[in-house]
Design a protein around this ligand. Structure first.
Ligand SMILES: [Zn+2]
Length: 193
């Protein structure tokens, strides 16, 4: 089931399944295929290809998670669908954010927990994970949501300050932030997406 993650695994499983249904079913995914305008005048061969196309479409749709299904369900040929699923996967592949200063990769779009945070300089995002960063010294800070122990986070390459890590939250309702990272929106840039 493809839901935007682990595309190479999905692709290999799906290809194997399509092949197991017959070589023509797989071939139709690889070919340009145009659904005939008028099936009444289609030849016997065209009708077989037409049916095979829909077998392949059915397999591809069954192998997609809901979010990916919605992106391709309007397509009526297996080739278009195979192509679009590939494109969709590349688009939703790992979407990386980089340090605004040196382009070091620091966090992934998929790890965003919330986009509704306030940083020092405007909007900020809460992430479940960070990478290639250095965590600074812990300190207690009174934030809008109460007392927290936080530590600034720096780009490991250029030392730019990017946000902070929540080490501890003292109010029960804020506990979900513990161990998570704030990146200031102004300090990160989308890397090729
Ligand atoms: Zn940097």
């Amino acid at each position: 089931m493809f839901d935007g993650e682990d595309f190479s695994y999905w692709k290999s499983r799906t290809k194997t399944y399509l092949l197991s249904q017959g070589r023509v079913i797989w071939e139709i995914v690889e070919q340009e295929y145009v659904v005939p305008q008028d099936l009444n005048t289609a030849s016997a061969g065209e009708l077989v290809t037409y049916e095979n196309n829909f077998k392949a479409v059915n397999i591809l749709l069954s192998a997609l998670g809901r979010s990916e299904y919605d992106r391709v369900a309007h397509l009526d040929t297996a080739q278009a669908m195979g192509g679009d699923a590939v494109m969709a996967a590349e688009l939703v592949g790992p979407r990386v954010y980089s340090c605004c200063h040196c382009r070091n990769h620091v966090c992934l779009h998929d790890d965003i927990i919330s986009k509704a945070f306030q940083g020092r300089n405007g909007r900020a995002f809460l992430f479940s994970h960070a990478m290639n960063i250095t965590v600074g010294t812990k300190e207690d800070r009174h934030l809008m949501t109460g007392l927290h122990t936080v530590a600034d986070i720096y780009c490991r390459d250029c030392r730019e300050i990017l946000g902070w890590k929540y080490e501890r939250a003292y109010e029960e309702s804020q506990r979900y932030k513990e161990g998570k990272f704030i990146f200031e929106k102004a300090k990160i840039v989308k890397e090729n997406w």
